[in-house]
Design a protein around this ligand. Structure first.
Ligand code: GAR
Length: 204
């Protein structure tokens, strides 16, 4: 059984897709804790509904927030095997990336290495894709390293966007893919079917 910690910042639909994969026994894993940079967000409400502990994190001494040092202690205590960034919009500190090398994954709503990097999150990504006149977009799940959206790509799926009329339409099509791709990758990791081979990641 894979122990997960999920990091979120928004409505939590990707987090929900993980919980549904677990409930329907497609995925053999448990979410030990949820971490967020927000005081409140949709994903927090989902966690509360499922009785999963939620922690708000901050780099400063905000009341009600915990520090990244405490995050690391909790991850260790909860024996977390894999950190999943499911719409988490902050950069993890290098210390956490070092502690969890190749055990942190992120979902990005475009086909990396295009349309990634600092500031490229959520609708910013879809607007950039729309304005670029690209005919395809998609979702990427990748390992997290110390640079935004730079880690090795584990899985991608593309979608035709040649007929869309707005960035919102791209977001809608991509989100459908995300909800399948993220649980798929977690499942493959839980089955030890994700193998890093030099600069590539092979999914068996
Ligand atoms: C998702 O589209 C995810 O790919 C994106 O934020 C959204 C969160 O939605 N993440 C990024 O842009 C990270 N660079 P959700 O809260 O409904 O899962």
């Amino acid at each position: 059984m894979l122990n997960l910690a999920v990091f979120v910042s928004g409505r939590g639909s990707n987090f929900q897709s993980i919980l549904e994969a677990i409930s329907s026994k497609v995925l053999e894993a448990q979410v030990k804790s949820v971490f967020t940079d927000k005081e409140s967000c949709g994903a927090m409400e989902i966690a509360e509904k499922y009785s999963i502990p939620v922690y708000s994190i901050s780099n400063t001494d905000k009341p009600g927030f915990i520090s990244y040092k405490e995050v690391s202690e909790l991850l260790l205590k909860q024996q977390v095997d894999l950190i999943v960034l499911a719409g988490f919009l902050k950069k993890l500190p290098d210390t956490v990336v070092d502690e969890y090398e190749n055990r942190i994954i992120n979902i990005h709503p475009a086909l990396l290495p295009c349309f990634g990097g600092k500031g490229m999150y959520g609708m910013n990504v879809h607007r950039a894709v729309f304005n670029s006149s690209a005919k395809v977009s998609g979702a990427t799940v990748h390992f997290v390293d110390k640079i935004y959206d730079n880690g090795k790509i584990i899985a991608q799926e593309a979608v035709d966007i040649s007929d869309v009329g707005s960035p919102e339409e791209i977001a809608e099509r991509v989100l459908k893919i995300e909800h399948k791709l993220l649980p798929f990758v977690i499942k493959k990791i839980s089955e030890k079917k994700v193998v890093i081979s030099e600069n590539r990641v092979i999914v068996h």
